[in-house]
Ligand binder design. Sequence first.
Ligand code: COA
Length: 172
Amino acid sequence: MSYKPFVRAKTTESIAVYPGTFDPITMGHLDIVNRALHIFDRVIVALAVNVEKKPLFSVEERVEMIRACFKPDDPVEVDVVDGLLVDYTYTRGAKAIIRGLRAVSDFDYEFQLALMNRRIEREVETVFLMTGFRWIYISSSIIKDAARHGGDVSGLVPDHVCERLRERFLKG
Ligand code: COA
């Protein structure tokens, strides 16, 4: 018998957790949230604290930017995960982790992540969704790089994120 130190929240809703660094959130990420909402009742956008990345925006700033993308009655919650993602997903009573796939190059890493997560927690599935064609070439890094050098990133990130990037790089 396996030992489970975590208690699973009881819920009748079908919930999915969409994790990421979101530094910052892009239209590609929002496209995945919208697609996930066609399948699940509720999506938790989970900002994962990734010690290997040096984010431009603080956790608080990123959470604020993500929250500003949604209306109060949208079935979307924003939270911070500082620990194992599968433990978080399990305790929240969520059925699945959502990951977006943009190109074949995403697959190796995503496959590894999904298998490791399944090894740790078999009751949580990973669901891959194809990112909309319009967003397959963007990532948070490429958007930051373009913005840092004065490139126009409007339309690739929500307007309030565009504004934050402009402010950040103007300040230097
Ligand atoms: N549109 C645009 N960009 C997208 C995208 C989409 N649909 N999907 C992914 N990306 C980009 C992101 O912008 C990000 O770009 P960047 O590297 O330039 O910042 C990149 O793809 C990576 O995506 P992200 O979703 O942020 O993943 P990540 O690799 O930073 O984080 C976690 C992966 C959070 C899922 C992983 O680190 C994790 O699970 N952490 C919790 C701790 C844990 O459980 N670890 C054990 C895992 S086995």
